[in-house]
Write a protein that binds this ligand. Structure first.
Ligand code: SAM
Length: 237
């Protein structure tokens, strides 16, 4: 399970006439959730980043991963055009807007609450039509493509890694096709990183490619981030 993701496959939300949180806690107590879901709930309830996100008004604790990555790499610049892939519920978009992005266009399979300074689409990045919809909405090449996309989990670790790896590869293809010269690309990947050939293409097309594990990314999660800075103007993709 992604560390941002509640055990939604097993948890179907607020029951009729009941209190969703109470039922979730009851299920935890009654051991009706499987062990990994119970662990997720326990971790979530005790996570200082979750409390901090609530206090700071962020929609997701993931916001701190982007803040920490930007503190390390300084890719967010005032006035820039940003594409946010896998944007729900909008934590990264909030950070991009706060740090002065001129235009933010986000996409997710899930609906996203509106946010001043950002425009969201409920679409699948893997659909053929999606990239051009995003590019039309942005009205020019993005200076920064962000991807925090993660696949819904199946409970089988290797399958989950492959599925999220495929999303990172799709994000990298999008970035290679669209990022403006001098621009940057940041994506979630999993230990072992991106597909080797794709990583090689990133290295050929960006001045510097780094791997990073921000403190807000849980130590027990195999997620890492790939940060590619300085898109070269001549594409060798
Ligand atoms: C970890 S969450 C992103 C959190 C986000 N960065 C934030 O700060 O709020 C991962 C998201 O990727 C989305 N996602 C997964 N597959 C996708 C796809 N094919 N197209 C678009 N979004 C996708 C999921 O729906 C999920 O909302």
């Amino acid at each position: 399970m992604s560390d941002e993701e509640p055990p939604k496959r097993r948890w179907t939300g607020k029951p009729k006439g009941g209190d969703g949180q109470r039922q979730m806690q009851t299920r935890v107590k009654n051991k009706k959730l499987d062990e990994s879901s119970r662990n997720w709930v326990k971790r979530h309830l005790n996570d200082p980043y979750v409390a901090r996100a609530r206090a700071d008004g962020y929609r997701a604790r993931a916001a701190y991963k982007l803040i920490e990555l930007d503190e390390q790499f300084h890719f967010l610049k005032r006035g820039m055009k940003v594409i946010d892939l896998g944007a729900a519920p909008g934590g990264w978009a909030q950070v991009a807007v706060q740090r002065g992005a001129g235009k933010v266009v986000g996409v997710d399979l899930l609906e996203i609450e509106p946010l001043n300074g950002a425009r969201f689409f409920q679409l699948d990045l893997l659909d053929e039509a999606t990239p051009s919809i995003l590019m039309d909405a942005l009205g020019g090449a993005p200076d920064l493509v962000l991807s925090d996309m993660a696949a819904n989990t199946t409970g089988h670790a290797r399958t989950d890694q492959i599925r999220t790896g495929a999303l990172a590869d799709a994000a990298a293809d999008f970035a290679l096709a669209h990022v403006a010269p001098g621009g940057a690309f940041v994506t979630k990947a999993f230990q072992g990183g991106l597909d080797a050939a794709l990583l090689q293409r990133l290295k050929q097309n960006f001045v510097k490619v780094s791997h990073a594990k921000p403190p807000a990314s849980r130590a027990e999660s195999s997620e890492v981030y790939v940060v590619a800075m300085g898109r070269k103007s001549q594409s060798s993709a």
